[in-house]
Design a protein around this ligand. Structure first.
Ligand SMILES: [Fe+2]
Ligand SMILES: [Fe+2]
Length: 308
């Protein structure tokens, strides 16, 4: 029974066909699909409080409304992933409202507070670009039909987010002076955090089941290169320094990767290269804002439950 199910799944995947129901999956495919969905749902969900805490610093009512529209998009994106997880037998209520903050599986970058409008728009240009690269790859390759279709809407909206980030960054850079210095400082700490976002380099990462199951198509390093190839030329074009350059077809970082990061000071120590084990333990410990952000959406749920 198990063997024939696995052979059938193999054939569907090889033919490039879509999986539409749980009955077509093996337990291992289901496990990898759920894991991929949880990372995606958690990343979308946590970006809402992360962006909200910075959107409050918007320079105008219009800018604030754009910030809120983006946050609303992110919540809808999270809902797409959690809704699919619910259909696959998980509890949305548990995943969103009852999990321990440390069990959320989103990139470490979001744990470092965005504290100004400049940092928020830089996140839109750098972090949403990373989301765009990762989700674009899943959208193209994804073997699970319901998610592939759901991602059409997500991709269009992520494109709007990163355009908003780029427009604002350009405007701030053109203003020059202290505003431009603040923008450069934001890029200085956020750029390397986004480079890390794509995970272990290919030479250290063992074989990925997500690639076998067509839950993604590109490796970590390929995705990182894709991100660098759009972000570095953009930063150059607005007169902001990016710590990377092009050599032939490859983008090369101007600093040791990985390096040590001080989250409280938002400062990298490029004189102190570290190991990937050090990075993994920093990620596991989570950063300064993890518990505060999860509390933002969990507290009101618990209050409501007490009253109900
Ligand atoms: Fe999103
Ligand atoms: Fe976004």
């Amino acid at each position: 029974m198990e063997a024939s199910n696995s052979a059938r799944l193999d054939t569907l995947l090889k033919r490039g066909e879509l999986i539409e129901s749980m009955s077509e999956m093996t337990p291992d495919y289901l496990k990898e699909l759920k894991h991929t969905l949880i990372v995606s749902g958690d990343t979308e969900l946590i970006s809402a409080p992360a962006y909200y805490l910075a959107a409050k610093k918007a320079p105008s009512v219009n800018a604030f409304m754009t910030g809120i529209a983006i946050i609303q998009d992110e919540l809808a994106h999270a809902h797409i992933a959690y809704h699919i997880l619910e259909e696959l037998g998980e509890s949305q209520e548990y995943l969103i409202f009852k999990r321990d903050p440390k069990d959320f599986r989103y990139p470490y970058a979001f744990d470092v507070p965005l504290e100004s409008w400049t940092e928020l728009v830089t996140a839109n240009a750098l972090y949403d670009q990373a989301g765009f690269n990762l989700l674009g790859d899943i959208h193209e390759q994804c073997s699970y039909g319901p998610w592939k279709r759901g991602l059409v809407k997500v991709m269009a909206e992520e494109n709007f987010h990163l355009r908003n980030g780029r427009n604002w960054m350009k405007r701030i850079s053109q203003a020059g002076g202290a505003a431009k210095d603040e923008l450069q400082q934001a890029v200085d700490w956020m750029f390397p955090l986004t480079v890390e976002w794509f995970g272990l380099p290919d030479n250290l990462k063992q074989h990925s089941a997500q690639l076998d199951y067509r839950l993604k198509g590109l490796t970590n390093d390929q995705l990182r290169q894709a991100w660098l190839s759009t972000v570095v030329p953009f930063l150059d074009s607005i007169g902001i320094n990016a710590p990377a350059h092009q050599e032939g077809n490859a983008w090369v970082l101007n600093y040791p990767f990985p390096s040590t990061f001080d989250a409280d000071d938002k400062r990298w120590d490029f004189n102190d290269p570290c190991t990937w084990d050090d990075v993994l333990s920093r990620w596991r410990a989570r950063g300064p804002r993890n518990a505060e952000m999860v509390a933002l959406f969990q507290e009101s749920f618990h209050k409501f439950q007490v009253r109900a």
